[in-house]
Design a protein around this ligand. Structure first.
Ligand SMILES: Cc1cc2nc3c(=O)[nH]c(=O)nc-3n(C[C@H](O)[C@H](O)[C@H](O)COP(=O)(O)OP(=O)(O)OC[C@H]3O[C@@H](n4cnc5c(N)ncnc54)[C@H](O)[C@@H]3O)c2cc1C
Length: 375
C-alpha cells in the first residue's frame, strides 16, 4: 500500500504554486486543482516586483528576503527572467526626503544607499531631476514578468511530478476529499486553499469572520521604451512611501501624508501611488489605484489612468511611449492590518489569504512555514 501523504491545493496562483513545490519537495504526492485553463488571477496581473522595501522590519522583511532569494535561485532551473535591479525611491517634497533619510538611518543596512540628485543623475538618466531632493537606492528588490513566470512555474511543477489539474473548479470540501465540478473527488491528508478572491466559495463564513475585504487595482503596460533605454531600478516617488507598511514607523511619515493628501486629493481619493517596473523587453508595468469593497463597477477609468501618468511624470523623464495593455487586478486584504491571514477551518485544511500587494514577495516563506507545520 502506498503510504505517501497526499496534498491537494486549490488554486494555481503564486500561493498555490509555491505551496505545491514546498509540499512536493517535502515528499508529498501533490495535486493542484485550478478552475481555469491557466492561472489568470492576481498572480498574473501584478507588477512582478519582489519588494522587501515594502515590508515591515523584522520577520516580515526576513520572509521577503527569503522570497527574493528563492525566486533568484529558481530562475535558471525553471526558466523565467529575473532582474535583480533594486529599487530607487525618489523624493520631491522635503517631507518625503525626511522619510527616506529616517528610513535609511533606522535600517543601517548596507543594502540601502541615500543618494544626492547629482548621484541620481549619473546613474539613472530616466529619473526626473527637477525639484529632486534626494533618493534612496535599495539593492534587495528584483523584478520578474508575472505572466511568463507563472507559466514557466506551471510547466516546471508538472515536469517535477506535481499533478496539475486545470479547468477543474473545486466546489465542496468534504472531510478528507475535495469535490470538483465534474463530480471527481480528490482525497487529501493536507489541503491548501489558495483560491484568491474566490476563497469565499468554499469557506465563506470563515473568510467573513476573518475580516477580509477586496481591493481592486488599475494597471497598464507600455510599449518598450525607445532605443532600448532602461530605468536601471524599479522607480517610485513620494506617494509610494505612504502606501507600504515599511515606512509606518518613521516619525516623519505623518507630515508627508498630510501634505500629499492636501496637494493631491484626487490621487488620495482613488488610492493612487505609482510603481514603474521594467521588463525584459523594455516595456513598463505601471500602476496603480486602490478601490476597496466587496463588489466593483465594471469598466476601466481613464481619469484614474491620467492620475497615475501624472504621478509618474513627477519622478521620471521617459521617452514617448504608448499604453499597450490595461487591466484590473484584485487582491484580498485584512481589515486588521495583518499582511498574511492563515486560517484553519479544519485541522488538515489551510486557507492562505490576504497577502495584499506583497503575495509574490512573501509566498515562498509562507509556503515553507505551512509545510513545516505539518510535520
Ligand atoms: C494589480 C496587482 C499588483 C500587485 N503587485 C505585486 C507586486 O508587485 N509584488 C508582490 O509581491 N505582490 C503583488 N501583488 C499581490 C500578489 O499578486 C497577490 O498577493 C498574489 O498574486 C495572490 O496570489 P493567490 O495565489 O492567492 O491568488 P490568484 O493569483 O488570484 O490565484 C488564485 C487562483 O485560484 C483559482 N481558483 C479560484 N477559485 C477556485 C476554485 N473554486 N477551484 C479551483 N481553482 C480556483 C483562480 O482561478 C486563481 O488561478 C499585486 C496584486 C495585484 C492585484
Amino acid at each position: 500500500m502506498n503510504s505517501q501523504k497526499r496534498c491537494v491545493i486549490v488554486g494555481a496562483g503564486v500561493i498555490g504554486q509555491t505551496h505545491a513545490l514546498e509540499a512536493f519537495r517535502a515528499g508529498y504526492d501533490v495535486t493542484v486543482i485550478e478552475r481555469d485553463a491557466r492561472p489568470l488571477g492576481a498572480s498574473v496581473r501584478n507588477f512582478g516586483t519582489l519588494w522587501p522595501i515594502g515590508c515591515r522590519t523584522g520577520s516580515e522583511r526576513e520572509q521577503a528576503l527569503e522570497g527574493v532569494s528563492r525566486w533568484k535561485k529558481l530562475a535558471p532551473e525553471v526558466g523565467y527572467w529575473i532582474d535583480p535591479c533594486g529599487s530607487l525611491s525618489l523624493a520631491y517634497r522635503q517631507e518625503a526626503w525626511e522619510v527616506l533619510q529616517e528610513f535609511g538611518q533606522n535600517h543601517g543596512d548596507d543594502s540601502f544607499q541615500l543618494m544626492t540628485p547629482a548621484e541620481v543623475a549619473e546613474g539613472y538618466p530616466l529619473a526626473n531631476l527637477e525639484r529632486l531632493k534626494g533618493a534612496l537606492f535599495s539593492a534587495r528588490e528584483s523584478v520578474v514578468q508575472a505572466h511568463s513566470t507563472m507559466t514557466a512555474m506551471t510547466g516546471f511543477l508538472a515536469r517535477e511530478g506535481v499533478k496539475m489539474s486545470f479547468e477543474t473548479p473545486a466546489i465542496k470540501v468534504h472531510d478528507d476529499e475535495v469535490e470538483t465540478g465534474d463530480g471527481r473527488r480528490f482525497a487529501f491528508d493536507q489541503l491548501v486553499i489558495a483560491a484568491g478572491r474566490e476563497m469565499r466559495v468554499l469557506f465563506p463564513d470563515e473568510l467573513k469572520a476573518a475580516g477580509i475585504f477586496q481591493s481592486r487595482l488599475q494597471m497598464m503596460r507600455t510599449t518598450p521604451l525607445a532605443g532600448g533605454q532602461r530605468l536601471g531600478a524599479v522607480m517610485v516617488g513620494d506617494l509610494t512611501l505612504c502606501h507600504y507598511p515599511a515606512f509606518e514607523n518613521c516619525a516623519s511619515i505623518g507630515a508627508l501624508r498630510e501634505r500629499l493628501h492636501e496637494e493631491l486629493p484626487e490621487h488620495h481619493a482613488h488610492g493612487v501611488h505609482v510603481i514603474a517596473a521594467q521588463h525584459e523587453d523594455g516595456s513598463l508595468t505601471l500602476g496603480d489605484s486602490h478601490e476597496y469593497g466587496h463588489d466593483f463597477d465594471p469598466g476601466y477609468d481613464s481619469g484614474v489612468e491620467s492620475l497615475i501618468l501624472e504621478a509618474l511624470g513627477e519622478f521620471t523623464r521617459l521617452p514617448k511611449f504608448e499604453v499597450r495593455k490595461r487591466w484590473h487586478g484584485i487582491y484580498l486584504k485584512s481589515t486588521k492590518g495583518i499582511t498574511q491571514v492563515v486560517l484553519h477551518p479544519r485541522e488538515n485544511v489551510t486557507m492562505v489569504t490576504a497577502m495584499g500587494g506583497l503575495g509574490m514577495t512573501l509566498s515562498w516563506g509562507l509556503a515553507r512555514r505551512t509545510v513545516q507545520s505539518w510535520s
